[in-house]
Design a protein around this ligand. Structure first.
Ligand SMILES: Cc1cc2nc3c(=O)[nH]c(=O)nc-3n(C[C@H](O)[C@H](O)[C@H](O)COP(=O)(O)O)c2cc1C
Length: 344
């Protein structure tokens, strides 16, 4: 299958879905200039998703991608939650927060029958997933509409698994990538390798189109991954300072600063490893901590600390998601950045 032809793309650029950091406006801008815009839906309600899809459809009739997480939601573990709050106790005291008032909650929801019902009303060209694939029943529904199914692989084994279970294309997510590792067959971080090493190995291992992701920040990077056999480049971090993204000014400023040269994989903010800029919380408690509640339950304990710190202008307790190469981040409209990445 020729991915660009199937999706009617003019340029081999996929704007990465980035839940909580962007939505319809960014996706619409990228799709309208012939790339593939994406919406990260993991932090949106069904009504929120509907609104974002309307924004895209009001702007362009070209292909776009709707992205979901598909993790198995963990059971609430009260003892683990209490021990974690105890660990964060000094910060609650520092910011004057009553820890007993913080609701424990999921933070991010996996793809559901309700979301599928919404998509069925007007199926998008592409539905993509992070952390594997949804249940066979939900996947069959998505496929029955003719939507192309894409998911992320962080190892050759994951790529083979995705192909065997019905993925129509695979994102090879190198360890440089910003945000959550899509890993789902292993939680061993030593299996996570760089884009330059991962892409050609996955290209050799599967027959479906491979999309390269992780650390791609300019037209030369895009050409490099195409030379390695990728059909397109999926780019996240570079889009984060575009006016269409929804990140805070604190996050925007961090991406533009020297601090962005030092990122790390941390599980402190959600419970799963994700790449972000090193800050005080990561230095003092992480970057990885076995005591953190399971994904996505770790989100709730840090939220009020983050809010207080941000209100005081500090990103010390915020997830400042970024890949290892933030040099492509420019405060320019996404259409302009997409053309630049495509070398136009
Ligand atoms: C802020 C942020 C949020 C992300 N959220 C998602 C998401 O919701 N779904 C997903 O499939 N990938 C997500 N990713 C990972 C991207 O799909 C992609 O693998 C990554 O951005 C590529 O590396 P780069 O950031 O170096 O360009 C996210 C990445 C970032 C930076």
């Amino acid at each position: 299958m020729n991915l660009m032809q199937t999706l009617g793309l003019d340029v081999p650029i996929i704007q990465a879905p980035m839940a909580g950091a962007q939505a319809g406006a960014l996706a619409a801008a990228v799709s309208a200039v012939g790339g593939l815009g994406s919406v990260g839906c993991a932090t949106l309600s069904t009504e929120g998703i509907r609104k974002e899809l309307e924004i895209i459809r009001g702007h362009t009739d070209r292909a776009f991608n709707v992205n979901f997480f598909c993790h198995e939601p963990p059971l609430q573990d009260d003892a683990r939650e209490a021990a974690w709050r105890e660990r964060l106790g000094p910060y609650y005291r520092e910011f004057g927060i009553d820890a007993s008032s913080i609701p424990a909650g999921p933070g991010r929801a996996p793809f559901s029958a309700e979301a599928a019902d919404l998509l069925a009303e007007a199926p998008p060209k592409v539905v993509s997933f992070h952390f594997g694939l949804p249940s066979a029943g939900l996947l069959a529904r998505v496929k029955s509409w003719g939507s192309l199914v894409i998911s992320s692989a962080t190892t050759v084994d994951e790529a083979r698994w995705l192909e065997a279970h019905g993925a129509d294309a695979i994102v090879a997510q190198g360890v440089e990538a910003g945000g959550h590792r899509g890993m789902f067959l292993t939680d061993d971080l030593s299996t996570q390798i760089g884009t330059l090493a991962l892409v050609p190995q996955i290209v050799r291992a599967v027959r479906v189109p491979v999309i390269a992701a992780g650390g791609i920040a300019d037209a030369a990077g895009v050409r490099a991954v195409l030379a390695l056999g990728a059909s397109a480049a999926q780019i996240g971090t570079a889009y984060l300072r575009c006016p269409e993204s929804t990140i805070s000014d604190i996050h925007r400023d961090a991406l533009a600063s020297d601090a962005a040269r030092h990122t790390v994989l941390t599980n402190l903010f959600t419970g799963r490893p994700a790449r972000g800029i090193v800050n005080r919380f990561i230095r003092e408690v992480g970057p990885m901590n076995d005591a953190a509640p399971r994904f996505p339950l770790a989100t709730s304990a840090i939220t009020p600390i983050r809010a207080k710190a941000e209100a005081a202008g500090s990103g010390d307790f915020s997830p400042l998601w970024s890949g290892q190469n933030a040099t492509g981040c420019q405060a320019v409209p996404a259409a302009e950045l997409t053309r630049e990445l495509a070398g136009l």
